[in-house]
Unconditional design. Sequence first.
Length: 429
Amino acid sequence: MQPALLSRENTLILLCCSIEPDAQQQTAIDALLAQHLDWECIVNITVRHGIANLLYKNIIDRENRSCVPPAILDRLEKCYHGAAYSNLLFLKEYKEIAHAFNAEQVALLPLKGIDFFRTVYPNIALRTSSDIDILVKKTDLDRAIDILRGLGYVQKKTGHAAAKIFHFVFFRPVAAASVFVELHWDLDIPQSPFKVSVDDFWSRAEIVTSGGNWFYRLSLEDNILFTAFHILRAPLAGDTRGIVSLRGLVDVSEMIKKYGDRINWEATINRAQQYHVERPVLLVLHLLEELLHVQVRGSVREELQKRGFQEDMLNRMAREWIFCCKGTEDIFLPNIIDAKASEEGPAKKLSVLKIFHTMYVVLRHQIRTAPSLLQAFKVIRIKFWKSFINYLKIGYLMVCDYRTVSSRLHNELVKKRELEAIDSWIRGS
């Protein structure tokens, strides 16, 4: 990893990516707190990754916590208590959902956060979650939908056909908030380049009881494989946040710390090969070793290199998908740039057609999902003018300071090509 990427701010973030940092890590955290740090950048990164509450827990008891600006501590404390409140609500709702599913003899399997609260995290305030993820068998999907509707949940509209997705989203108002439930019947989209078999995961799951309810739980190896694979789904799927989630890395890290002796790594890697997710899984394990210093398997780096992975790929990923502080309002967006190769290098131009194409895609989605046609056009109008104003800003700056703007555009294009190369490698293409 390039030293420039491991700035004091990034180092502090990584040191706090642990439920219980050891004595050496605690000393290092204290030493960093005493230094001058860019706290706005630290908070922006940790909030985006969903680990601001974990950061708060790991600095509040340190001797040098007084060096942290009070306003920053207040923001982090709100994240911590907000996560605790939300998760208590989610657990209460999940217990009610599980009870209703049990009554109808419909098998369910909790995924990610709602399951980790009971198995990995001793304090539910240490792991953020935005919804309740549950998996049902496809043959039980219609019954599961009826059960959720019977509990007062309403299905959200989606801009995609059911044949192209792998979960539905439901919500219902509870107290002063809305609880969202993702009802999965598969683990990945049908058109995915990966071949994860949900039936295999069901066959290896075990029945457990908790809180008076019964449900299924993924095997330890499948849970690590599924979580590791999903860490890379956001950037591969074109998620606007485009991050390799540090929260997800903490999930896998803590599973390894807690169940290390019980993990059958040979079975995990064999299954990853079988489902064509070996590259993303190995890459996540390598990130754990490089960033969080969690020893997994001695041959991970060598196995990645055999498959064509290069160290500079890791540096690019860390720079753009983990530690990037750039806001989404940046006007130098590569998606409105056209580049054509020439003997003198790539010729760059701004494409107004791309703006209109983007607006068309957004409008199509809004018409399918918005509560009314009027609301859909209201949303598209706002998005259009924001995009068009950004386009005018770039055009204006190109006239006033072409050299600087050209350099920025070139850098964006290079960055885009590098990330596309990583994307292609992960997919195995």
